[in-house]
Each structure stands twice: as C-alpha cells, then as structure tokens.
Write a new protein. Sequence first.
Length: 282
Amino acid sequence: MGWFDTVEWPKDRDGCRWNSTPDGGQVRVYLQGVGHVRVHAHRKVDGVVKTISVKREGRRWFVVLSCDEVPALNLAETGAVVGIDMGVASFLTASDGTQIPNPRHGHRNAERLAAAQHDLARKRRGSNRRRKTRERVAALHGKVRRQRLDHAHKTALWLVRHHDVIAHEALQISNMTRSASGTLEAPGTNVAQKSGLNRSILDAGWGVFLNVLASKAESAGRVIVAVNPANTSRTCPSCGHCAKDNRVTQAGFVCVACGFAGHADVVGATNILRAGLALLRA
C-alpha cells in the first residue's frame, strides 16, 4: 500500500470479516492473506456492519466500519433554537451572543511545518533521512487534522445538546477560497490579502465542522437548516433595512435607518436564525 491508502471490503465477501465478543471487548478483524488482526476498538459497534475499510495514515492503521440499522438516540427536547454565523476572527458566533474562539491550529503549527518541509527539500531522494523527514511532515499534518476534527466534534456536540433547531449558512467554501490571482490579461487585485483570507478559511475547517454537525444532529434527532448567507450581516434585525453602510467595521453594526447598534456577527446569526425558522414554517 502507499502512504495513504484505503481498501474496502463488503460484508458479504470472504476477504474481510468482523468478529467481536457480545460485550464489544475482544475485537478481531480477518483480512485475506493476513489473518486475524486484533483491533483496539474505542467503542461498541452498533447496528449491522456493511463495509470495512482499512486505512493507513503514516505509520498508523485504522479500521473504519460502515453500519446499517443503527438505532437512533434522540436527545430530550430543550425548546431552544439558535442561528450560527461562521467567521475567521471568531470560529462561531451564536444568535444568543455566545462566541467560540478560532483555535487556528494550522497557524500555530505553521513554523514547525515549514521547517520540516524545508528539511525535506534538502534531503536526497531515496535516502533514509528523507523517509524519516517525510514521516515527520506527515505526522505534523496529521496532528493539525486531528486537532481540527476534535474541535469540530466538541463544538458540534455542544450545539446539539443544547438546541433543538440549528440554522447555519449554506456556505460554498470552494468558491470562497478560489484564488484571486486572475490571468495575464486580467490580473486580480489584493491577491496577497485574498490568499491570506483563503488560508484562514481553510484553517478554520468550516466544511469539516458542518459535516460533523449534520451527522450528530441526525443521530440526536435535531433539525439542521441551511439558509442563504446573502446580506445576513448587512440587514438590520430591528427594522429590516439592508445596506452596505450598516456594516461600519468588521465587528461593528450600526443601522443607518433606525440607529440600531450591535455586534455584526451576532446580527448575522440572528438573521440566519430568522431565515431558518421561516424556511421551517414554509
């Protein structure tokens, strides 16, 4: 297998079988050509195993199960609803004013990763030192990925446990992070600033978080609503006036029509919640 490989076997094939004791303690997986391999299962497997994926990340091997007929564990209703506004300065702002700081895992590990990649470029191809340095670079990337995923799981779990309805922006992240360099005939403007913004958006991991949030909400019986993000941070939640001048600064919002003032991200989250509830009523 290569550096990052995934192989899947359906349940009905003889190449791979999943065996476990009734309490889920002793777990072994049978791989054709390898035999029974003991697996450190971090939790009990629920439902019927349909496929088994064997995945390698660096020197670590993982067994990923896809199960069917998994029983739903609906949480008790809280009666609370929330709208969330994704950002870079703050990872998430809720309509009730709660703000989750952006951990910036990629930015915090950028210097170590750059140094490791610089060392990798200086190593001779095919040498043992290059192989060890490549493993170190992969380990740093894996650390950032796990940190980002851990933050997404914890934030999504907090939202799902405390709210029945969660409204968020239907973000087109691939379009938002598209390069602004342009072409030779029509070069782009503010390319350096846009490049930095793209890195910050990707470092925040909005796509990973929204996928985790949707999965946890479905398992817990919560409702997720994705709304159009257009003008959500420019519309006054008091009078409904929408204007570019309402957003005086990155964090400041002052309505030019009625004088309402507030935090721009909270205003955006409030409008997202209202739009989400309107979609549910419709």
